[in-house]
Ligand binder design. Structure first.
Ligand code: SP5
Ligand code: ZN
Length: 345
């Protein structure tokens, strides 16, 4: 398996995130990717390759030009507010909720931070743009390699992507790597692409990007949004709209769900993906479903990740794995690489 990795990910290094009125150390940290790349190499699963940079027009297939412009310039605008901001991360503090206008882009930087974000848990730092951009490069390269005949590829990216929408960041995500990979496959000749999202959290960004389309099937297994982040999307009755009706499948499971319940949902997901008969599969691979994850509440064991990979391999589809969440840093390499190894066997 080919893994695409770019060391610039480490330039995105949030100091803190805001959680229940406190500044707590970021769960989404550079060590996550470092440990996965080390374990991938240790097990000799394949080559680790630096991706080619993709042009901004590739990103504009998924994200709006003004959102991309905002992300590229955000750090310099943050510094322009006050040079002392260089030692602080930027957070949104005001949002255009119902009755406030979200159809005009404010000039004020703080107002734009709110317009283009969904939560206060996602610090924007000096290296965020370069890390997110080179992460998106990994995802598009991983998709492209499938078109060149690879059977399975891995985009070893961070920050993650599946909470990011066409024009907003949040949930530790800035650019939607899985959506960019799927769109690249379509632009390069695929007729239908399925995205399977197995991160603990619902991939609200990915769902919203493809909600009205039938050329991308989105299937997600995640913690029930009645109690779990991102709360405002991910219910089972969200099945798509217009041409996309029937091409969105949410399989929420209660916090505390057992491995047996989780694998039953995986079976449902695989049956739907099979019936869609896609040309390729993109997997949003979060391992925050592991029993020891510090912010999530499923109970998968490390050996279960091998079984996940085996089941996905049995679909027989060219598959690009895109790294998403997983915060139990000590086990993260083992769990991620178990999925990839299971897929290869
Ligand atoms: C990609 C991804 O997995 N994003 C997840 C974003 C979750 N953000 C909300 C985090 C809530 C933190 N809860 C801390 C509990 C500490 N005991
Ligand atoms: Zn997650």
């Amino acid at each position: 398996m080919l893994a695409f990795y770019n060391e610039h990910h480490a330039q995105h290094r949030g100091r803190f995130e805001i959680f229940r009125g406190e500044m707590v150390p970021c769960f989404e940290k550079p060590e996550r990717a470092d440990l996965v790349v080390a374990e991938f190499a240790r097990r000799g699963l394949g080559q680790v390759v630096t991706p080619h940079g993709v042009p901004l027009v590739s990103l504009e297939r998924i994200h709006t030009p003004r959102y991309l412009h905002f992300l590229r310039t955000a750090w310099s605008e943050w510094l322009a507010l006050d040079p002392a901001n260089a030692t602080k991360d930027a957070f949104p503090a005001v949002w255009p909720v119902r009755s406030l206008r979200d159809d005009v882009e404010p000039e004020n930087f703080c107002a734009r931070m709110g317009l283009y974000s969904m939560d206060s848990g996602t610090p924007l730092t000096a290296g965020t743009w370069i890390a997110a951009k080179t992460g998106a490069d990994c995802a598009v390269n991983a998709a492209h390699a499938l078109r060149l005949g690879e059977k399975g590829t891995f985009a070893l990216t961070r920050p993650p992507g599946h909470h990011a929408g066409a024009d907003f960041f949040g949930g530790y995500c800035f650019l939607n790597n899985a959506a960019l990979a799927a769109q690249h496959l379509l632009d390069d000749g695929a007729k239908r692409v399925a995205i399977l999202d197995i991160d603990y959290h619902h991939g609200n960004g990915t769902q919203s990007i493809f909600y009205g389309r039938d050329d991308v099937l989105f299937v997600s297994i995640h913690g029930d949004p009645r109690t779990e982040f991102p709360f405002y999307l991910g219910y089972a009755d969200e099945t798509g709209t217009g041409a996309g009706l029937g091409y969105n499948m949410n399989l929420p499971l209660a916090a505390g769900a057992t491995p047996a319940q989780w694998f039953a949902a995986l079976e449902t997901a695989c049956i739907r993906i099979n019936s869609y008969a896609p040309d390729a599969l993109v997997v949003s691979l979060g391992v925050d479903t592991w029993a020891g994850d510090p912010i999530s509440k499923f109970t998968l064991q490390s050996a279960d990740f091998l079984r996940i990979g085996e089941r996905l391999g049995y679909l027989g589809l060219p598959t690009a794995f895109v790294f998403e969440g997983g915060y139990a840093v000590d086990e993260i390499g083992i769990n991620v690489v178990n999925v990839l190894e299971g897929f290869e066997t």
